[in-house]
Design a protein around this ligand. Structure first.
Ligand code: UDP
Length: 238
């Protein structure tokens, strides 16, 4: 089955970059992901990326300890996503694809500030746009940022990278009887309270009629394989 997606926003969690010993970044993992994305661009896909920051800081968890307020902790979380984005931009450039980081939080001495029209222009030219700084607002997640930017940048779908090859009825690592869904509606995803993305992200995707493809990007060339339908995934779509 060939999937009708050309421009795709890939959502990577910060944890996907983390080393086995807990160090925030494993350069081999980073390089493998960058090569995978570079291969997808060579296969004709236009790629925007949102990378999270959970390998560095999660604002909700940090503020729960009580010594820091949530907006300040979230600001630190957003800065973490900028560090991850700059690392990914560097790895993408090394993998032979032109990439640029655009941050929702303005820091012009470090990277371009996100604005929709220039981002569309970069994508039209075949450059990979790495969208940093989340939405630029506290109390949001990078999953919501991913759906927001995908809708703004006329993406055909969001590819949410996870540890497993789709959405299951239960955690397949804990429950051997868990079954995988090929397809779900946004309503199903919200009603089942699926942990694969937060409810705000699914609700925005539903409103924008934006498909979310959930798949595993651990194997080489898996982004391309998922997008052209050769690798298993779950599609959350109207
Ligand atoms: N964050 C935020 N606003 C946003 C996106 C992210 O405040 O629009 C902060 C928030 O503290 C969050 C952190 O950045 O916990 C890292 O993002 P996230 O938890 O989504 O990263 P992931 O789980 O994908 O690695």
């Amino acid at each position: 089955m060939t999937m009708p997606f050309r421009r795709v926003l890939v959502k990577l969690s910060g944890e996907a970059l983390m080393a086995a010993d807990g160090y925030w970044l494993d350069t081999q993992i980073l390089s493998a992901l960058a090569q995978d994305i570079a291969a997808a661009t060579r296969a004709g896909f236009e790629i925007a990326i949102v990378v999270g920051g959970g390998n560095i800081i999660r604002g909700a968890r940090m503020s729960a300890a009580g010594w820091i307020d949530r907006p300040t902790a979230d600001s630190m979380g957003m800065l973490g996503t900028v560090m991850n984005s700059l690392a990914l931009e560097t790895a993408l450039n090394a993998a032979g694809v032109a990439a640029r980081t655009m941050s929702a939080v303005s820091m012009p001495t470090i990277c371009e500030t996100y604005a929709r029209q220039p981002a569309l222009h970069h994508l039209d030219k075949g450059q990979v746009v790495v969208l940093a700084g989340g939405t630029g607002n506290p109390f949001f997640t990078t999953d919501t940022s991913a759906v927001l930017r995908a809708a703004e940048l006329r993406c055909d779908a969001v590819l949410k990278a996870t540890q497993v090859d789709g959405v299951y009825s239960a955690d397949p690592k804990k429950d051997p009887s868990a079954t995988r869904f090929d397809r779900l509606s946004h309503d199903d995803a919200i009603a089942r309270d699926l942990k694969v993305m937060d409810t705000a992200a699914f609700a925005l995707a539903r409103e924008s009629r934006l498909p979310i493809i959930v798949g595993c990007v651990h194997a080489p060339s898996s982004v391309t394989a998922i997008l052209d339908g050769r690798s298993r995934s779950t599609i959350v779509a109207p």
